[in-house]
Design a binder for this molecule. Sequence first.
Ligand code: ASP
Length: 346
Amino acid sequence: MSQEKQTSILLIYTGGTIGMIQNPETGALENFNFDQLLQHVPEIKQFNLDIFAYAFEPPIDSSDIGPESWTKMVEIIYSNYERYDGFVILHGTDTMAFTASALSFMLEGLMKPVILTGSQLPIGALRTDGKENLLTSIEIAAAKHDDGTPVVPEVCIFFHEKLMRGNRTTKVSAENFDAFESNNYPILAHSGIELQYFHERIRPYDANATLVPHYAMNTDIFIFSLFPGIQPDVVRKVLNGKELKGIIFRTFGSGNAPQKQWLVDALTEATKAGKIIVNITQCSTGSVKMRLYETGRQLLASGIISGNDSTVEAAITKLMFLIGKGLSAEEIHDEMKRSIAGEITV
Ligand code: ASP
């Protein structure tokens, strides 16, 4: 008789508050190692799962995480993809939404759960939120339908009762346990007394998909935010930057900008020089609709692209990914309009 294989989870510990301890002399939070972290969660042993761990050495505060660390995470997941049923990444909260967005593009064809989580209080603190976040993330990463397929075959963030699509998520609070929001896409699951999944919102499982890892992320890009009174010289200096290949242009409301000819000219000149400019609203909810007002309409002819209802985190990592792939400006325009991993509503 064949024995059914136990569900196995790989925990990838990158760093962040969840694994920190307060230095009694300076009061600052400093990293402690992964084994110490696990000692604070003995409940892990109660899972009927095979749980293995990979720890970044040294652990990294998420402010120091970028494309190099994303590449490392992709390598770890890719080389362990067949061995594990799901992956949980412990990560600092500050840039977790960037990492989740980046991984959703870099792991093309992913059909297993990759759940990122962390905490606002260290795992050793009495009132820590880290335990609940970690234990529920493991449960989600291990969840399967009756036919053995994973319940959540995508990159997500689980934080404080909410499972969210990773590339729809933004950190919204530096002090509340409820630190993340997915403003333009509903949550995928809610953790109360029961874990309630909203299956119709989760990306469908595709048995024919194969995982294709991508490693090249081009960072010759910039996030540029409008404000009333912005001056031509500054705008031109940014847009004319020699190495600059792409810009996330954060505009007002539904994608609007001051009606200044110099601004439209500067944008047009930049797009003509091959730079990709993506229009993203400064609002936390809603979408860019450049045809709605004259202040948005004027931008259409300048060659800038609508970022739709994308978060800044998803837009910037998508741009890194597309430029990194070596696509032409025209191809990038087409891809920006398309949802690659559920990051925009089309
Ligand atoms: N500075 C920490 C980090 O992002 C904050 C946290 O984990 O909540 O690594």
